[in-house]
Design a protein around this ligand. Structure first.
Ligand SMILES: *Cc1c(COP(=O)(O)O)cnc(C)c1O
Length: 383
């Protein structure tokens, strides 16, 4: 099938949505000369994120990846240690395991929420316990704005005393039984990248119920400087602190987070109403007890019943200059992780084969939405 050449401006998957509140905080940073990786916005942003999420302590850092790296260090992952990790996620979830010389083992998703399958995880932990080789940690992603099934995951991890790192990079503001994503693992991680629901252009955060852990993260993020008048270093640290200017953007974003989540949920509902009748199309489910932020609207196209394919839909969108993407390629399929063990794998492989995400930015207009809907319906034969 061929499509007409696009004449409309590029419509992005998840662009930043920045308002006057953010600008005011940034202006304040300039006016007070706090243009540094320290300052009042940083402290306030950390406190405000704690108040919103219910975490006891937080440290803002330069990216979600940096936050994950700190989390892996805090969990004590050393060379040769095994770490279980979601396979249906972005590569940054697992890379910090390699930074520390650990050995990832991937765990497949469940077909319901697309998050780590708690039954597979429990089985893997029980088997390893019997063999006397429990992993050092488990990294669980809350995927596409929806929490993993935390009750059984924490039960299994707790039974074996294994540290859980929660990669809530995509799920800022999502809840599970009323509690915020990021507060389920011993250590939680957020991302404030440009495409995330709360953006500081780039940034991230480590949160925890354990203040001492966050203090250690703070120290490692500031070159592991010891308390001394001179520069004293006993450990290997990093320069991972967030800028006070960007923390100002974060404060403005956080003040409006509720509205932006609401808008993303509306966008999801509009897509579902406009496209839900197409044969073979299924939208990502929101499971009981969970509130997804609908960071990205995701759907799958079943080629057996749909008279088109995921790739045809992507082509139709691209032809109208609309950015859309396949769902995450499972990490066990990535060339970087070739040969890495994966427990299960069929669910995430099928999601990757059939799934895509649609433009979902909270600043999309109704006309933008209609443009996407038209292009998708066009791939289904303009019905
Ligand atoms: C975006 C993302 C990250 C990385 O965050 P950055 O801020 O881009 O470094 C990690 N994990 C997941 C699941 C993500 O989506």
């Amino acid at each position: 099938m061929t499509y007409p050449v696009a004449s409309s401006p590029r419509l992005f998957l998840s662009p930043p949505d920045i308002g006057p509140a953010e600008k005011q905080f940034v202006d304040e940073a300039f006016a007070t000369n706090w243009v540094a990786p320290a300052g009042p916005h940083l402290t306030a942003f950390e406190q405000e994120m704690c108040a919103a999420s219910g975490a006891a302590a937080a440290v803002a850092v330069s990216s979600g990846t940096a936050a994950l790296h700190l989390a892996v260090r805090l969990a004590g992952v050393r060379s040769g240690d095994e770490v279980l990790c979601s396979t249906f996620t972005f590569v940054a979830s697992a890379n910090p395991i390699l930074y520390e010389g650990g050995r990832p083992v991937f765990v497949d998703a469940e077909s319901g929420s697309w998050n780590m399958d708690p039954a597979l995880l429990a089985e893997a932990l029980d088997r390893r316990a019997r063999q006397g080789r429990l992993p050092r940690a488990i990294i669980v992603t809350d995927i596409y704005g929806q929490c993993a099934d935390w009750d059984p995951i924490l039960e299994a991890a707790g039974r074996h005393g294994v540290t859980v790192i929660e990669d809530a990079a995509e799920a800022v503001g999502a809840t599970y039984r009323g509690r915020w994503a990021g507060t389920f693992g011993a250590i939680g991680v957020y991302s404030f990248n440009g495409n995330k629901i709360l953006s500081t252009s780039g940034g991230g955060m480590v949160v925890s119920g354990d203040r001492a852990l966050v203090d250690r993260a703070h120290m490692l993020a500031t070159q592991a400087r010891e308390l001394a008048p001179h520069y004293e270093h006993a450990q290997l640290g990093y320069n991972y602190r967030l800028s006070n200017v960007l923390a100002g953007i974060g404060r403005g974003q956080l003040a409006w987070l509720g509205q932006r989540i609401e808008r993303r949920r509306q966008i999801f509902a509009s897509y579902q109403a406009a496209l839900g009748d197409l044969p073979g199309v299924e939208f990502s489910p929101e499971l009981e007890g969970r509130r997804s932020t609908r960071w990205l609207t995701c759907l799958t196209v079943d080629p057996a019943v749909s008279c088109t394919s995921r790739d045809e839909v992507l082509a139709a969108l691209e032809a109208d200059n609309i950015e859309a993407r396949p769902l995450w390629k499972p990490l066990h399929m990535q060339p970087l992780y070739r040969g890495t063990e994966c427990i299960g794998g069929a669910v995430s492989e099928e999601l990757f084969a059939r799934g895509l995400c649609l433009p979902s930015g909270s600043n999309m207009t109704e006309a933008d939405l209609q443009r996407v809907v038209r292009a998708v319906r066009c791939a289904f034969g303009c019905r």
